[in-house]
Every structure is written in C-alpha cells, then in structure tokens.
Write a protein that binds this ligand. Structure first.
Ligand code: 4AD
Ligand code: MG
Length: 502
C-alpha cells in the first residue's frame, strides 16, 4: 500500500487534467445564482475552486454555500490550467469536505489598524503579505546556513541562560536561576570565541535578548542573531566575510523568492545593486560626512520637497473627495484606494518634517567620540546604493572585548554594516582583544566582575590567537530585504516593549 500524501497548490502542474484533493482554508468566496467561486489557501499558494451547481450534488452545493472566510475544507475536483489564476491552475469542484465552519473572522479585506493586527498576530500570519514575509525570512535563514556550511563553518549553539553580560549591562533581562542571578543572553559571542578555538570557524544561530526600553521601528527585545567567529581572522577578513554573506543572501532571495518580493511591492532594482564591493568608511570619515555641507544641503532639499508635496496632495484629496459622491462603483473604489495612499503619504511627510530638524541637529553637531544614532545611520546610508561598512569606532563607546588599533589606542577595531535605503545597522562585530593583560585592564575599566569572566580569560591563556567575528540581526535583515517600515512584521511573534501577547 502506498503512503498517504497530500497534494499542494504549488505542485498542481503535476495534476493537470486529473482529479486532486486540496486541503486548506477559505481565503475568499463569492457566488452567483449557479456558481460559487472559492479561493482556497493551503499555505503554499492560492487556487480558485469553481463549484457549478449543475455539476454537483445538492449536498456538495450546500456544503460549498455554507463556507465562511477561513473555514477549513478539503476540496476535490479536476485541475485545469488557467493563466489568470495566481497558481496557474483552477479546480473544478466535484466534492467538498468541511472540517470546520469558521466563526466570523475578525480580519477582513478592509483596512485594519496596526495595533488591531498586532493583537491578532496569530491570525494575521495567514494574510498574503505576512505569508510572503515569512517565506522570505525562511529563505534568508536557509541562505545563511548554506553560506556558512558550504564554507566549512560548524554551527554551534551558545547558551541562553548566562552569568555574563556581553554587550554592557544596560540591556540585560535578569532572571532567577535557582536562587542565583542569571541573565538572558544578549549575544552568543563570548561562547562563540571559545567554540572557534575548538573548531576554527563556527557560527551560532539563536535568540538573543535586549531589554531595550525604546519603541522604534528597529528594536525588538527578542532578536535572532547569527554570529560567526573565526580564529586567525583580522578586521579586514571579517569585513570581507560579512560582505560576501550579505551579497549571497540577497542573491538567493532574488532568485528564489521573486514572487514574494512582488507581493510585497519591493523595488527589486534596489536589491540587485547589492553585489560585493560595499564601501568601507572609517568612523572618522562618517562623522565628517554627517557634518558636511553636502549633508546639510541634502536635508534642506528633502525638507523643501516635502513641504511642496504636502499641499499638492491635499488639493488632489479635496478634488477626488468631491468627485466621490457622484462616482460610479468602480471609480468609487479607485478613489478610496487613492485616498488611502494619500493619507499614508501625508503621514510620512508629517513624520519627515518633524524628524528632519532633529536629524539635522544631530548630524551637524556630531563630535568625534559620539555614538552614531539611528538617524545618523539613516542619513549615511542614504548616500549609497549598497550596504556600507563603518569601522574604527572610538574605543570608549564600544564593548570591552574589542581590540584597539595598535596605531591608535583611541580606536577600536569594530565594524558595523549599515543597510541602504535608510535601514541602518544590520551587523555589528570586529576583531577581539587577544591579549590577557589588555583584556584584564578593559574588564576593570568597564567595571565588570572579573570572576564571571574567568573562563573567558582562559581563552587568552591557552593558545590565544587573533580572531574576529560579527553578529547579524535577522529581523533587521528581513525588514530591509522585504522593504518593511518596522521590524514587528519580520518575526512570527515579535517581542518588544509593551508586547508579550499573543
Ligand atoms: O551590534 P550588536 O549589539 O553586536 C553584538 O551583540 C556582538 N556581540 C555581535 C558579535 O560580534 N558576535 O548586535 C548585532 C546585531 C545588530 O547589528 C542588529 O542587527 C541586531 O543584532 N540587534 C537588534 N535587532 C533588533 N532589535 C534589537 N534590540 C537589536 N539589538 C541588536
Ligand atoms: Mg551594534
């Protein structure tokens, strides 16, 4: 006896002209007197299923007629090629088996506010946009593994409960570990360094935690981080690796998830430019760019163009709102769509106009030694088409483990990769301090408990070598590649300030 197998919408070409049974959920339904059109969703795609009253029994017709949005069903019928359908096929129904008639579904095709959708994240995941994002996230995850595995890296897992702060103490989640203080890890790096001394080149891939009290479009409290660590790599080899990895990921998504990018309306031409040779600029150069006349001019131009766009949009809005009353149904829908677009754009403009003066002040007043803020990163990346790498930060604003530049003690051999189109930092990393004495000094300077780092210091006693690595934030990478305005849509169940459910 052959094993029972399901048939999926994304493999219908194998069933053309034959009968097949699809298992899924009703995405949409409309009916006329003698026809019912069901758009079925099965997780792999959408397929239109047509019930013709003349061809089916009264029972099948009634079952089809009773289906509400998101009811679960198995639908049997003949698979017919149809180029108008998104799957390329439609199904002419002969049988319907109902698993459950869904109650009134809260998410309808009309527009919902983000807060409402976030409350219903467990259901929102079924919608087309979210579906596309998750498939791209999956592609990125797979690409990362492929990239490292093909290059002989060993994936190893760092613990989540830890006794050490990696990235400073300000963003630690503290927990009680059998009456001992423990923290949720901020980064697997310190363990990654130990593992690299055992295996040469490794990467971790796991959740990390940041008690970030900031509500921004790029901060989550639970972040999936990918952290390669490589023995005998210096800062520059590390940058080569980061660049190669990002180019590889983007290329894989472009070739394998074109349809999903299209669903999201992503401008693919922007991603196509992401092929190696990312500009590398020093922190000092970045500060100069921020303070430059060119930056001031760019911001002034941006402000002027937003100020001109606003009244134009408002005039258009008033005109089509007037037209709406008398318009025919088709035109009415068109107008409503345009009105939504205009309102969204006006909100963006308002936000930009609020932000620009703040950004300008932050950029122009930058001093060597200041950290780069989100807006500074946005402004820097707006000057380039590809990601850029900023390296050589002031040691003072970087973590204790960073190696200092032997030619300039004030500078740490750290690097951040900033994604284009205003996305900003997606990678942070650098070369690690390999000297025991220097590390002991840093731990004291940072007021860290030496005792907790005893094991880490051992790595500098037993065959210490130059080594480097970095951490890639998965959610920020997904946001950039998908072209999303907020990281909350990049992970199935985001954790951020004020959100623990669902
Ligand atoms: O720059 P970070 O803090 O670097 C480290 O943790 C290093 N120990 C990594 C290493 O060298 N192995 O974090 C790395 C990346 C950031 O560039 C960002 O993409 C992401 O992790 N990240 C966050 N993403 C979303 N929300 C947050 N709160 C994030 N914090 C870090
Ligand atoms: Mg960082």
């Amino acid at each position: 006896m052959s094993k029972k197998k399901l048939t999926y919408i994304n493999e219908l070409e194998k069933f053309e002209g034959q009968s097949a049974t699809l298992h899924g959920w009703v995405y949409n339904k409309r009916s006329s007197k003698s026809l019912i059109f069901i758009v079925l969703r099965d997780g792999t795609g959408l397929c239109q299923c047509i019930v013709n009253q003349a061809d089916v029994s009264a029972e099948v017709w009634e079952a089809a007629d009773s289906l509400s949005q998101e009811s679960s069903v198995a639908i049997t019928g003949k698979i017919i090629e149809d180029e108008r359908s998104s799957s390329g096929y439609e199904l002419h129904v002969t049988g319907v088996k109902v698993y459950q008639i869904a109650q009134e579904y809260p998410i309808t095709p009309k527009e919902h506010g983000t807060e409402f959708l976030m409350e219903n994240r467990h259901l929102w995941l079924r919608s087309q946009r979210q579906w596309a994002i998750m498939r791209i996230r999956n592609e990125i995850i797979f690409a990362i593994h492929k990239f490292f595995q093909d290059r002989g890296f060993i994936q190893m897992d760092a613990p989540i409960f830890t006794g050490n702060a990696v990235e400073g103490t300000s963003t630690l989640f503290e927990t009680n570990y059998f009456d001992e203080k423990a923290y949720l890890t901020q980064s697997g790096q310190l363990y990654g360094e130990a593992m690299a001394m055992a295996h040469g080149k490794i990467y971790t891939f796991g959740p990390t935690f940041r008690a970030e009290k900031s509500k921004t479009r790029r901060h989550l409290t639970e972040v999936w981080m990918i952290e390669p660590e490589i023995a005998y790599y210096d800062l520059y080899m590390n940058m080569d690796l980061a660049e190669e990895m990002i180019s590889f990921i983007v290329d894989r998504v472009l070739t394998r998830r074109e349809q999903e990018l299209e669903t999201l309306g992503r401008d693919i031409s922007k991603l196509q430019k992401v092929t190696n040779n990312f500009p590398r600029i020093t922190y000092t150069e970045a500060i100069e760019m921020l303070k430059s006349d060119k930056m001031r001019d760019m911001l002034n131009d941006m402000e002027t163009s937003r100020k001109e766009e606003d009244p134009k949009l408002r005039t258009e809005m008033a005109e089509i709102e007037k037209e709406h009353g008398q318009a025919k149904k088709g035109r009415k829908l068109q107008i409503e769509k345009r009105l939504r677009e205009i309102r969204a754009r006006l909100e963006e403009i308002e936000e930009d106009l609020r932000n620009i003066p703040v950004w300008r002040k932050s950029a122009l007043e930058k001093q060597w030694g200041d950290d780069l803020g989100g807006s500074d990163e946005t402004l820097l990346t707006m000057q380039f088409d590809t990601p850029i790498m900023v390296y050589g930060y002031p040691a003072e604003i970087k973590a204790f483990y960073m190696k200092h530049d032997p030619n300039d003690e004030k500078v740490a051999l750290g690097v951040d990769m900033l994604a284009p189109e205003g996305y900003g930092e997606i990678i942070g990393g650098g070369q690690r301090e390999e000297s025991l004495d220097a590390l002991l000094t840093r731990i004291k300077e940072h007021n860290l408990p030496e005792e907790a780092f005893k094991w880490y210091l051992d790595l500098r006693k037993f065959g210490s070598v130059p080594h480097s690595g970095f951490g890639l934030g998965l959610e920020r990478t997904v946001a950039w590649i998908c072209g999303l305005s907020h990281v909350r849509e990049t992970i199935p169940f985001p954790r951020m300030l004020g959100r623990l459910y669902p």
